[in-house]
Write a protein that binds this ligand. Sequence first.
Ligand code: ADP
Length: 436
Amino acid sequence: MNLYLGIDFGTSGARGIVIDEEASSIQAEVRYPFQDSGDAVTPSFWQEALFALVELIPEELRREIKAIAINGTSSTVLLVDAAGNPVDAPLLYNDARGSLVIEDLRSIAPPNHTVLSATSSLAKLMWMRQLPTFSEARYFLHQADWLAFLLHGYLGISDYHNALKLGYDVEELKYPEWLELLQIPIQLPKVLPPGTPIAELHPEIADKFGLRNDCLVCAGTTDSIAAFLASGAKLPGEAVTSLGSTLVLKLLNRTRVEDVRYGIYSHRLGNLWLTGGASNTGGAVLKQFFTSAELASLSCEIDPSKASELDYYPLLKAGDRFPINDPNLPPRLEPRPDHPVEFLHGLLESITRIEARGYELLQQMGADKVSRVYTAGGGAANHIWTAIRARNLQVPVVASVYTEAAYGTALLAMRGVKKGHGDGCVVGKCSKILGI
Ligand code: ADP
């Protein structure tokens, strides 16, 4: 039997999911929570978590794993030396120190390019250039690239999901010429399609953990794309809304839609594009007013067939980017009715209007018409909200098949191998592509 392992590195810990050839059932699910927030920024903890996860998988399943892929948080990056040892602390996905170099970047990158954001991988790399340790660095890697290196032993390899915010041209499949003007003195990763088998496991790792010697390590992806892959959405027009602390939309489409002003960018997904936008509204605002139990019980008293007239823009603090790009946009939570059910109805209806406006904006920018919306995140469990959303969005609204990023990454490994990349000597084949 061939099994496939997907590993997800998130902000609160790492997870692994093992699936079989049919992906119809989860064979094993393992977790390794970070103990405190410092763990998320320490590569030695990532390493510990990676190997601990593998050891948590029952031995008899480990022996059947044919391929492994890893997803990391998007734009969590680090510098490593020639042996792959980190030379300094990584910069996490939400680290905005890159804002100090954005003006310099603006003079070189095309207008409205994805890299022109304080948290982009390229902005982080440019910021890292002034670190005293920069001279020791040989490679710039994303979290997922480095973790995969720990398994296969090859440095300087990434995938085009992680590399998008580094400026990699995912349409032409090469680094753009303007990037050369930055004269970056270290090795940028060679970029492969996500899921491409890179190499067999390092023999020492295979022996130590009772894994197969012919187990392939595949190019990875980012956490949010992995969650999209898990959802079950696969046709143009199918979308996934994540109703977590914030509201995140992702729409599968035939057109590449980008606009940095709205924080909209498209990832390549085979021959399609995955276009995303994220609003600051979402469950965090609901949590400000209601406990989880209240959200569940009060929602049951709402009649979802009736629209609430309350017109809010629920935010924790001023400012949104998508679908309204206004850093000063004030939260609008008035008038507040006496009855909590009415208030909650107004909040759910208003977040839904923002969701609908978001999809409208993507479509106005040229994205495919939305045909179905899968749902992930804490709000997906609220059936009343689902009904409110179906009424507003006027398309079927369904729960995601799976919501775990690790499941999506396991699918990526499986599809990468099944595409036929995985036959025979992969390192030999890859060495031509990669020049290693
Ligand atoms: P995160 O983005 O932090 O990972 P989760 O996906 O875990 O978030 O979702 C948590 C959010 O889900 C909370 O902010 C909470 O308000 C929201 N939530 C939880 N239960 C419900 C519910 N029954 N109805 C609506 N929202 C809910």
